[in-house]
Design a protein around this ligand. Structure first.
Ligand SMILES: Nc1nc2c(ncn2[C@@H]2O[C@H](COP(=O)(O)OP(=O)(O)O)[C@@H](O)[C@H]2O)c(=O)[nH]1
Ligand SMILES: [Mg+2]
Length: 241
């Protein structure tokens, strides 16, 4: 892997991309991450932009810029992550190509809704082709199975999801398959965050910030993929030093 690029502040930058069909929950996952970061450490959210059309579908991309490991001695973060979501609608393939260019970590959002099975398949197939066409074979990824809050009869059974990963060639890329698929519900995470904000008993530290120990479990699951791929990108960097 090439060395990390640095921004104008000389802080190393990692580019992560949420990939997946339209309406899978990419914008919602990124928004949850942004809200959590804002509650825990508002200075670590540099920018957050979402571009939706009137039907709430992502038009070009969403992007959040977040800092990690602020060092008071230097006044800088140790790392910044630029996290994008691609527009999922079929016709936006060129935008997906542009947004994905130079990606260093992928978070693949699958929609567990039965009706979205075919869209998941198309999204997985297209991404596999991108990875083949560009030099993205070493890019770490996590597969999210979102909307687990829905009743089981509305969701694609786990066996069919596994089959889908086999059909689209993803199971071959997954060595430790189990640890790379994360089941989650952005809806539960959102509701728990809203509940936390409404309750008067938010456990805060002396600076009035939400403590990391207070992260609701559903929120932990939604942000886990971001943490996993970031860790992998950094581990790969260290291995090259
Ligand atoms: N039931 C349920 N709905 C969800 C969940 N995550 C997202 N949604 C809904 O799915 C729709 C699309 O979400 P969005 O984040 O805009 O998807 P994107 O197109 O992938 O960016 C919205 O109406 C969300 O409220 C979830 O975990 N459970
Ligand atoms: Mg979106």
């Amino acid at each position: 892997m090439e060395h990390l690029k640095k921004d104008f502040d000389e802080v190393p930058v990692v580019k992560l991309v949420f990939w997946g069909a339209s309406m899978a929950g990419k914008t919602m996952a990124l928004t949850i991450f942004k809200v959590l970061k804002t509650l825990e450490d508002p200075d670590s959210v540099y920018s957050f932009l979402t571009l939706e059309d009137p039907t709430k579908r992502t038009l070009f991309f969403d992007r959040g810029v977040f800092g990690f490991g602020y060092n008071p001695l230097t006044g800088k973060d140790r790392l910044k992550a630029h996290i994008y979501t691609v527009p999922g609608q079929l016709r936006h393939i060129t935008q997906r190509e542009v947004v994905t260019s130079g990606v260093q970590g992928l978070i693949i959002m699958l929609d567990s809704t039965k009706a979205q099975y075919e869209h998941n398949r198309i999204a997985l197939t297209e991404l596999a082709q991108f990875i083949e066409s560009y030099a993205y074979k070493e890019v770490p990824f996590v597969i999210c199975l979102n909307k687990m809050d829905l009743p089981a009869e509305q969701r694609t059974p786990a066996s069919e999801i596994s089959e889908l990963l086999v059909q689209t060639g993803w199971s071959e890329r997954i060595r430790d398959a189990h640890s790379r698929v994360v089941e989650m519900s952005c809806m539960d995470a959102k509701n728990e965050l809203v509940g936390l904000l409404k309750s008067n008993a938010i456990p805060k530290d002396d600076d009035g910030r939400l403590k990391k120990e207070s992260r609701p479990d559903s929120v932990k699951r939604v942000i886990m993929p971001i943490e996993m791929v970031l860790r992998e990108v950094l581990t790969a960097q260290l291995a090259h030093m």
